[in-house]
Design a protein around this ligand. Sequence first.
Ligand code: PA5
Length: 450
Amino acid sequence: MKTNLSLDLSKTLGMANLEAIRPFAPFAEEALRAVREKSGLGNDYLGWVDLPEAYDATEFRRIGEAAARIQAMADALVVIGIGGSYLGSRSAIDLLGPAFRNELSSSKRSGVRIYYLGHTMSADYVSDFLDVIEGQDICVNVISKSGTTTEPAVAFRMMKAYLEEKYGKEGACERIFATTDADKGALKGLAQKEGYEQFVVPSDVGGRYSVLTAVGLLPMACAGIPIDQVMAGAKAARAHYLSAPFAENPVLQYACARNALARSGKEVELLVSYELRFQYFQEWWKQLYGESEGKDGRGIFPASVIFSTDLHSMGQYIQDGRRMLFETVLRVQKPQRDVKILKDPANLDGLNFLAEKSLHEVNDYAFQGTVIAHNDGGVPNLILQLPQITPEGYGELVYFFELACAVSGYLLGVNPFNQPGVEAYKKNMFALLGKPGYEELAQRLKEKLN
Ligand code: PA5
């Protein structure tokens, strides 16, 4: 299989075209070598690099079997996880569609309904969720690499009691699937004691790089996504992007272009799409880049918008506000389905000039017009072209951005695989909630709060 993504640097206002980024090339190729040979910073978290080739075949088969069982016994799967433990699967399930999958009848949708829990402590969200699952047969996939994260642990405590009440202890056990570390953590201990089926988050794969492990693959399979095709796309990406030289490697070019732009003062990157179904892919991307690069006072700030929707809310700022932005635009060449705009004999809205055009065609003209307008406003655009949204294409896109993130992080001079900053809020929250061992910090925080 060949790769399908292509990167167009011609709309970067000369700040990040091939010529402008060539000085970065030797450093990017060196960074790529460090990733390939696992010799750079954070090299004990590079397990994701080889997943498409080296994924444990037994675990992969068990994922398919568990998904088939879940589909047979449930109307819905509840995915419990936060950050890297849910954004990957949600990105895939939303992107590969259909858009309103939970509302469709089972004959019109492949796989079960998917709900997400454990990514929020909003009491209203959780209460509304409990209303919506009433009367549905459900299974739960609780996902936490550390096994100790508060949000999913609180959600799982609730769902465990709910399932045991509804199906009895043994019935609940059949419906709970735990994805966690192979050896340690509270969830591992709990799963072991209760006898839940378990899947592994490999110890050398960090949360935000874990979508191509059971973390992402089990929910995807339950949603009817052919995960072998997702892995095939990632495999093709790995084969090409991990070794291709700068001139033929859009991963290296993208990593260099965003660093060149940041050094010219464009320190905010907007990931832009023209498809609503990219929303959670963009959330996944923001976590990947934000958590990987935002440290030591450095990092390009990752943000996202969906056009043309957000042109009516954020368009003014992008066109005319502070000039610290660049855009990376995801351009899908062919939609999965299209809609024709009708001719109206009365033409009261004056839109007959659009009659007989397809909606996708109009969307693409919106893209073309916007790129030029934003260029005129001083916003460089990197354009990443995808022929179509497919499971293989999703796998390639994931691998593309993961690898580019690693290379880009090394170019920035940070360790792209740790996240020391995420701990700060947790410690304060535990102290304020009175967790044993946090008394001294609690005292200091109370003084600050008063
Ligand atoms: O990328 C990361 O490491 C984090 O976003 C984690 O995925 C997130 O905090 C959830 O952690 P865990 O899977 O340990 O519950």
